[in-house]
Design a protein around this ligand. Structure first.
Ligand SMILES: [Zn+2]
Length: 292
């Protein structure tokens, strides 16, 4: 596959270079400026291109129509928004139902039909569940490209049915990364150590330590954010999640993900960091005690 038009992302390009047939459900994740939209267009072109050997060729009628946004088999999501829902910010269930009905109409000019859902994390839960059905039982020719800045905001069931391609901004344009706060790093290390030690006492000690070290709201929010990233790494089998993966089952990591999201959301409200740490220690133990 020829993805030269995508800036940076060398590893992903190398991975896709030898892919002959793209999966039918793809989740493209990455921050602003990482090339999600460019890659989505290239993949959509590749799926309908007349020259599979060098797809996307960029010059066949199918590739050109995708580039111009007028390919009948690559319809924009806005085609499926009912007039009553035009003002809604979220992607609602009726939109996905309309899309689903369209998916069962055979393609017009290409061999595949491609649906772009962007930003996918704005689908509400009903919409995601409706999409799940078509991901599971849609016709073979229907393909779905989900774009998300924050893939973790999607239901696990959606994520698990998609092949995940992660994009990174080209070097030099990286957003300023938050320096890793040593207090947060210490709290995170101690937390994963407690899980690996399989000890309730150690986890309760972790809570007390975090409480007495007086993490600020910002630090506690960072703790949750970094833990969330580790959960995602663990679920995707990436090295960053090895510690968690060795301590918990997939199901437990999913439950930990949900709990961490709850903790993270609480930091945006008026919950004290110390209270949050106490709650988190107890709740994590409830998840973990089954197997630890
Ligand atoms: Zn082409």
């Amino acid at each position: 596959m020829n993805l030269d038009a995508l800036p940076g992302n060398q590893r992903l390009k190398a991975q896709l270079a030898h892919t002959d047939r793209l999966p039918h459900a793809i989740l493209l994740g990455g921050p602003k400026g990482s090339g999600r939209h460019i890659l989505a267009r290239l993949l959509a072109q590749a799926m309908v291109c007349n020259r599979p050997d060098i797809a996307p060729c960029g010059v066949c009628p199918n590739c050109k129509r995708v580039a111009e946004g007028i390919h009948p088999d690559v319809p924009p999501l806005s085609n499926f928004v009912s007039s009553k829902d035009r003002d809604k910010k979220d992607i609602v269930v009726d939109t996905i139902r309309n899309l689903r009905a369209d998916a069962f109409i055979r393609p017009n000019q290409a061999k595949r039909k491609v649906y772009l859902i962007d930003p996918a994390e704005t689908m509400n839960v009903n919409a995601q569940n409706a999409l799940l059905k078509v991901l599971e039982d849609g016709p073979e020719y229907a393909s779905f490209l989900l774009l998300a800045e924050n893939p973790m905001a999607l239901l696990d069931t959606i994520r698990s049915r998609c092949v995940y391609y992660e994009l990174t901004p080209p070097a030099g344009e990286l957003p300023p990364t938050q320096a890793e706060d040593p207090k947060v790093t210490a709290a995170l290390t101690r937390f994963t150590d407690s899980l690996r030690a399989k000890s309730e006492l150690s986890l309760m000690e972790w809570s007390v330590e975090v409480q007495s070290s007086k993490l600020t709201r910002d630090q506690m929010a960072q703790f949750y954010e970094r833990l969330l990233a580790r959960c995602a790494d663990a679920l995707a089998g990436r090295p960053g999640g090895a510690d968690l993966a060795s301590a918990l089952s997939r199901q437990e990591i999913s439950a930990l993900t949900d709990l961490t999201k709850t903790g993270s959301a609480a930091m945006e409200r008026n919950v004290s960091p110390a209270h949050s740490a106490g709650w988190f220690g107890v709740s994590v133990w409830e998840i973990a005690e089954g197997s630890l």
